[in-house]
Design a protein around this ligand. Structure first.
Ligand code: DGL
Length: 262
């Protein structure tokens, strides 16, 4: 079982930001990545639709023999991970907006959260905000339109910068000192975000924390592959594998991207 791959899925290319952290921490682990770009953005769908898509992705990764699944999507995690954990007999790692560290570190007691509509409307987001940010004012903003821009490779464009300014200005007016990135597509926007945000605003992204948690759960379940090897990585997109490949260009590992109808 230990030599089986780690499965990772997202509504599209954004979860590659998580894959990179996982691969950096555990270079000998094989992985299978699903980019459900045909159905992006998940953030504009209903909870029932997000659940159905998450089940579909999980079944596919299970069929490919994965030993653990990383839900590399805040929207799918906050709406579906409880169901997945209850109904499938393998470990799931999720990602949700890192409100807790931002709240703990904030001096101005004002933090911003940029996430999808689906994440911000979820019960899990509500509970986490309530439990981990008492005495903190959270300024939330739906990042409508950002996922399609990243999906079409329009990362550092004027259009993207203007949209981000529109979402961030109200947060800056409220004196935020931390911005939580609540969507795995958004780390690709960090160069543009840095043009807009003053240095005093710290950007919080949970990619590294997810990779560490993945390692911890693999070890705890005796699933960690122990030997050195050149690992294999299959990336599947149900829309355009060339776009997905564009997000993996700098990787030294062999990352085969292909089309799969799912
Ligand atoms: N990467 C997904 C997330 O982390 C994007 C969701 C979407 O497709 O709207 O939420």
């Amino acid at each position: 079982m230990n030599d089986k791959p780690i499965g990772i899925f997202d509504s599209g290319v954004g979860g590659t930001s998580i894959w990179k952290e996982i691969h950096k921490l555990m270079p000998n682990e094989d992985t299978i990545y699903l980019a459900d770009s045909k159905n992006a953005p998940y953030g504009e769908k209903t909870k029932a639709e997000i659940l159905d898509l998450s089940i579909k992705n999980t079944e596919l990764l299970l069929g490919k023999g994965c030993k653990l699944i990383v839900v590399a999507c805040n929207t799918a995690t906050t709406n579906a991970i409880a169901y997945l954990r209850k109904n499938y007999d393998l470990p799931f790692i999720g990602i949700e907006p890192a409100i807790k560290p931002a709240a703990l570190q904030s001096s101005s007691k004002n933090i911003g959260v940029l996430a999808t509509k689906g994440t911000l409307a979820s019960d899990l987001f509500y509970v986490t905000s309530k439990n981990h940010a008492s005495g903190i004012s959270i300024i939330v903003k739906e990042g409508t339109g950002l996922v399609p821009l990243v999906e079409s490779g329009k990362v550092d464009t004027k259009e993207t910068e203007e949209l981000l300014r529109k979402y961030l200005n109200p947060m800056l007016q409220k004196n935020i000192d931390h911005l939580v990135l609540g969507c795995t597509h958004y780390p690709y926007l960090i160069p543009v975000l840095k043009k807009i945000l003053p240095d005093s605003v710290k950007i919080i992204d949970s990619g590294q924390a997810v990779a560490k948690q993945t390692l911890h759960i693999l070890v705890q379940n005796n699933l960690r592959f122990q030997e050195d090897r050149v690992s294999n990585h299959s990336f599947y997109s149900n829309l355009d594998p060339a776009v997905l490949a564009g997000f993996l260009m700098e990787e030294k590992a062999s990352c085969a991207t292909s089309y799969l109808d799912f």
